[in-house]
Design a protein around this ligand. Structure first.
Ligand code: DNO
Length: 360
């Protein structure tokens, strides 16, 4: 029982952090892996999945969580080729299940994945973090944003911002013009109804990631935004195979989302397969930056976050999320080794303290 602590690793050839270093983080059980160069809609080759699994296991780690298998825009749009892309998705699920994967994290955000205005905002302690300034985002041309992300990410491709995916940006915006939140929900339901039976059969849990930030951007609808919508999407297919990646930093950037209460509720229902735990500092709604995991550095109470999981008998996968860039580390923005490892040490400490206090 308890948290199964994992660490995101970008897969063969795409991460400068060696698996041997990840293995040395206290309490780590496995990595959250991916095949970074696969496009949404593409079937993942069996030999590449198996080779990645072997590489991870040879390093003494497990590969039970994948983040992400991206969903093709045609599925989100309800377009003409969605059945073909869903078939491909199902083939990938079967192959991953065969390799021992238990959870697949994905998202259903139109066009963009997560969005920030800064990839390296300096903090007073000399570290840098990802930050979000909604006024600056909405004033920017989305095409320019994509270009600046490519320039500022220090040569690392950012998850969800792969240049290939974004080449079609203008045409995508056109296609989304007539799609509202209800239609997006319908298309999510169609997708889930097709894949959940296969997940049930193969023992895989789909875990949808919240929208980051959890509100519409550039007029594009976003639906994985808060408690009501989470309830609605879980009801689309009422099965443990239709579960959540509960990301505290994504949902928590909207101060209306009471994170400990949301965690308590959905963990109590057994519908959190995977948790991303990180902290953010909210200046006001629409203006926030990421922080260390420590409660007093951000706006979320991490003790209450971990306690909500503990009290509800949480038995799923957890990973620390975006950290600061510290100690002159050169890495993918948000995904350095050092601050995420500090995050794990802190989360483990909270869990141990809560567990022992409960036992005594
Ligand atoms: C960013 C990540 C997201 C996340 C996807 C899940 O750092 O949290 O890119 O992996 O939204 O599909």
């Amino acid at each position: 029982m308890g948290m199964h602590m994992t660490f995101r690793w970008y897969g063969p050839g795409h991460d400068n952090i060696p698996l041997s270093h990840i293995r040395q983080i206290p309490g780590i059980t496995g990595v959250v892996a991916t095949l970074m160069d696969k496009q949404a809609g593409e079937v993942w080759p069996e030999d590449e999945i198996q080779a990645m699994k072997k590489q991870v296991e040879d390093a003494g780690l497990r590969m039970e969580v994948i983040e992400s298998v991206n969903v093709h825009e045609d599925i989100k749009l309800g377009g003409g080729r969605r059945d073909e892309y869903i078939e491909n998705y199902i083939t990938t699920i079967r192959r991953l299940a065969k390799a021992g994967v238990k959870v697949i994290c994905y998202n259903f955000m139109p066009v963009f994945d997560w969005i920030r205005s800064d990839l390296a905002k300096p903090l007073a302690d000399g570290s840098t973090v990802l930050a979000y300034d909604g006024d600056r985002i909405e004033a920017a041309d989305p095409l320019r944003l994509v270009e600046s992300f490519a320039k500022e990410s220090g040569g690392f491709s950012l998850p969800g911002w792969e240049p290939e995916r974004l080449k079609e940006l203008t045409s995508l915006f056109d296609q989304y013009r007539h799609l509202d939140a209800d239609m997006l929900f319908d298309n999510l339901g169609y997708f889930l109804r097709a894949i959940v039976p296969v997940c049930e059969e193969t023992g895989v849990r789909m875990a949808i990631h919240p929208d980051d930030p959890p509100w519409p951007i550039y007029g594009l609808p976003r639906i994985v935004t808060g408690e009501k919508n989470l309830e609605r999407l879980l009801a689309l297919v009422d099965s443990p195979a239709n579960s959540l990646t509960l990301c505290t930093g994504s949902l928590g950037s909207n101060p209306d989302n009471d994170m400990p209460a949301i965690l308590r509720k959905f963990s109590g229902m057994g519908r959190i397969a995977f948790a991303h735990i990180r902290n953010i500092k909210i200046e006001r709604k629409g203006l926030f930056h990421e922080s260390s995991h420590l409660s007093s550095d951000g706006s979320l109470d991490m003790y209450e976050v971990v306690k909500a999981l503990y009290d509800t008998g949480f038995d799923g996968y957890v990973r620390p999320d975006h950290g600061r860039m510290i100690w002159d580390e050169n890495g993918r923005p948000g995904y350095g080794l050092y601050d995420r490892a500090l995050g794990i040490a802190y989360l483990n400490g909270l869990w141990e303290a809560i567990e022992k206090a409960d036992r005594n």
